[in-house]
Design a protein around this ligand. Structure first.
Ligand code: UDX
Ligand code: UDX
Length: 467
């Protein structure tokens, strides 16, 4: 059996960083080196002050503090780390293609291929390659072809080990994973490689939670898990609109159906729409694969999950304009929260971006407050949409560090992320300092609607209709 002594991970992002930190923390005899081409990011991972790590995750700072410098290293020396490693995780980003065939749908595998070629050119000893990035089914096959055609006699085994951690709870998800999935070939050398990775996770997880499958099942399981989770959110969001027009309360509906053990209580929270780097991308991948095989009904079925999500973001924004007497031009609207969910500084595909874009097109003046997101990030997210010039965005949007200042003189407040601190604010004080009527749009249903109405707010909560 092969025992792993040296791991390299290419990609020090939201997935690679926390995952490798936990592996190093739990496997003190394995040297773990995380490499990235982004020098600034690596410098931040090496910052003495762990509050400056590039990824914000509760508990990550402690884990990094324990392992960094002992058996956990962050570096930009990609070739050296590849050369030394027995096992290489690929955790680079796979954005949706913005050009050519599959544009707007297929995953762009450019970075994955670059990694494979780099590994092939550097490696002098046999290596196990682990796909950590979420990839379209059968990517392992392509990786294998690139790696095995180098002609230098080095043998590669490819494993698929998809990530199921959710941002904001990544450390806990890694330490107490429901399951670890390891896909690989059923050849003798494939079995040895799978076992080597099983042994890494078995340092802290019971063996029955470590599942082994063939590579394609593993790749497809990741897309399927995310598609199912996103589908639950779109399903409850579809119901939230029905609740609003019929006078029902979607939270009561969620609770009622969630107690059915066949359905279960999780992922039934109505919201302004799901975001994050994975849900939309993975479903689009699934849709693309289905279309590629001519399975149009299958593709349409999953695409509807995204159509519903886009509708939810749009109708939330439209409702703000409609409630503010059909015009928000020149009106100050405060957005509380910009991250795609609480306890993370990640904003990728956040519903807030799309709501802001809609309101900016209506010429609203936006003030944003998020406990973890910087002004630079907010502006970068809007620039990425390319709806307006950077200058126009800068004129209409302000990002502040104090929630009370953010809400002062506002016509309306919109809650876009479910940060816990929003629940503890002095809402009477906020109300006193707003223009009247003071509107509040709770896109996460986290605030006490009755109490706010008592204070004097005009409250709209997602999924709750007027009785
Ligand atoms: C990424 C993918 O988005 C996701 O599909 C997958 O499941 C895990 O990897 P994440 O870690 O959140 O998720 O991405 P990101 O934070 O963008 O990190 C990727 C890192 O890879 C970046 O820091 C980037 O600089 C680095 N990278 C990219 C390389 O080091 N080399 C490359 O060639 C390309
Ligand atoms: C997801 C998967 O959960 C994880 O297993 C996978 O590895 C990566 O993708 P992540 O995107 O980090 O994780 O967060 P998640 O907690 O799944 O939330 C995704 C989005 O759905 C967020 O915008 C969240 O606010 C929203 N959501 C989630 C709801 O609107 N309602 C819910 O009930 C649950």
């Amino acid at each position: 059996m092969k025992s792993i002594k040296n791991i390299c991970c290419i990609g020090a992002g939201y997935v690679g960083g926390p995952t490798m930190s936990v592996i190093a923390f739990k496997c003190p005899e394995i040297k773990v080196t995380v490499v990235d081409i982004n020098e600034k990011r690596i410098a931040a991972w090496n910052d003495e002050d762990v509050s400056k790590l590039p990824v914000y995750e509760p508990g990550l700072d402690e884990v990094v503090k324990q392992a960094r410098g002992k058996n956990l290293f962050f570096s930009t020396e990609v070739d050296k780390a590849i050369d030394e490693a027995d096992m290489i995780f690929i955790s680079v980003n796979t954005p949706t293609k913005t050009y050519g065939i599959g544009k707007g749908m297929a995953a762009d595998l450019k970075y994955i291929e670059l990694c494979a070629r780099q590994i092939a050119s550097v490696a002098k000893t046999d290596k196990i390659i682990v796909e950590k990035s979420t990839l379209p089914v059968r990517t392992a096959e392509a990786l294998k072809t690139i790696l095995n055609n180098t002609g230098n006699g080095v043998k590669f085994e490819i494993l698929s080990n998809p990530e199921f951690l959710a941002e904001g709870t990544a450390i806990d998800d890694l330490l107490n994973a429901d399951r670890i999935l390891i896909g690989g070939d059923s050849t003798p050398s494939g079995e040895i490689a799978k076992q080597a990775l099983v042994d890494v996770y078995a340092h802290w997880l019971p063996k029955e939670r470590i599942l082994t499958t063939n590579v394609w099942s593993s790749e497809l399981s990741k897309l399927t898990a995310n598609a199912f989770l996103a589908q639950r959110v779109s399903s409850i969001n579809a119901l939230s609109e029905l609740c609003e027009v019929t006078g029902a309360d979607v939270n009561e509906v969620s609770r009622a159906i969630g107690t059915d053990s066949r359905i279960g209580p999780k992922f039934l929270k109505a919201s302004v729409g799901f975001g994050g780097s994975c849900f939309q991308k993975d479903i689009l991948n699934l849709v693309y694969i289905a279309k590629t095989y001519g399975l149009n009904e299958v593709a349409d079925y999953w695409e509807q999950v995204i159509i519903m999500n886009d509708h939810q973001k749009l109708r939330f924004a439209q409702n703000i304009v409609k409630s503010l007497f059909n015009t928000v031009s020149g009106k100050k609207i405060t957005m509380l929260g910009w991250a795609f969910k609480k306890d993370t500084n990640d904003t990728r595909e956040s519903a807030a971006i799309y709501v802001a874009d809609y309101l900016l097109n209506e010429m609203a003046e936006l003030t944003v407050y998020d406990p973890k997101v910087s002004e630079e990030q907010v502006l970068a997210d809007l620039d990425y949409l390319n709806s307006r010039s950077e200058n126009e965005n800068r004129k209409l949007i302000k990002v502040v560090n104090d929630p009370y200042e953010a809400c002062k003189d506002a016509h309306a407040i919109a809650v876009l992320t479910e940060w816990d601190e929003f629940k503890t604010y002095d809402w009477s004080k906020i109300h006193d300092n707003m223009l009247k009527p003071a509107f509040l749009f709770d896109g996460r249903a986290i605030l006490d609607m009755d109490k706010l109405e008592e204070i004097g707010f005009q409250v709209y909560t997602i999924g709750i209709g007027a009785e």
